[in-house]
Design a protein around this ligand. Sequence first.
Ligand SMILES: Nc1ncnc2c1ncn2[C@@H]1O[C@H](COP(=O)(O)OP(=O)(O)OP(=O)(O)O)[C@@H](O)[C@H]1O
Length: 312
Amino acid sequence: MITVSHLTKDYGAVRAVDDLSFTVEPGKVTGFLGPNGAGKSTTLRMVLGLDRPTSGEALVAGRRCAGLAAPLHVVGALLDADAMHPGRTGRGHLRVAATTHGLPRRRVDEVLDRVGLAAAGQRRIKGYSLGMRQRLGIAAALLGDPEVLVFDEPVNGLDVDGVRWIRDLLRGFADEGRTVLVSSHLMSEMQLVADQVVVIGRGRLVADVSVAEMLRGLGGARVRVRTPDPDRLSVALAADADDVTRSGPDELEVTGLAAPAVGDRAHALGIAVHHLSDVEQSLERAYVQLTEGAAEYAGRTTTITATAGAAS
Ligand SMILES: Nc1ncnc2c1ncn2[C@@H]1O[C@H](COP(=O)(O)OP(=O)(O)OP(=O)(O)O)[C@@H](O)[C@H]1O
């Protein structure tokens, strides 16, 4: 469990994190989302005890990480896969951390094996691909077998196989009952892997909701329809739909009416339909809606968190 309470960080006149409170539960993958500069990395650094809060606190498994003698037993983190000594071998890199934590050498081999680097452990890190460095970073996070894992943008720059591997790994950690917090810009990826999302904007909490709840917040069914007579169809649908918008010269997007209802309505009026499909509800769209709201309600974030089902 991670508990963030009224966490605030000022860099001079810049408030990077502003009275932020949320908890991250075990047994789930929690996505940590926010636009560039929202304060994600600063928050993660404070959670890990690498940066000191101006006020408030962050606890991992009930403890502050700063000053822990053997932090790898409490929390494992992947922050920057490039912050490794390129001249060392993968195994050598892990041995340094294992030694300072009093861990046996066999633990190094266990984690190398878990991340699929057993065969590459003797090679120097400068010869590793980005994907291999990410794997090594994750192996380092796992060394102390911690209950809590924190990953900052773990799929950045990875190919399709690497992304899928990370996804399965994160799910596996959550299924083992660990607490998994993972920051990402990739909404589509978060939709596939996260159970819960914590969204921040300008250092403040925007939402703390389950992915399912966030998608439900988008409202009812959404349908795309193409017709040579969008004006007439738009008028015909407007009475019953929640929203009808023009998404192209001959295209409408309709919210709140299912595809059969849209098709039937067009048929009844003799309006030709050239295409009719469901629009998949995406976390990305829910996120845009939510963060647009955050800008609109800047300074009133408690209103948004309350409607999103979270207390701030
Ligand atoms: N060491 C620092 N000194 C001064 N300002 C900083 C420092 N670190 C972060 N900031 C500022 O704090 C704010 C939050 O930055 P942070 O890196 O935490 O955001 P982020 O959400 O992780 O962004 P990104 O997705 O771009 O990594 C930004 O305005 C940034 O410029």
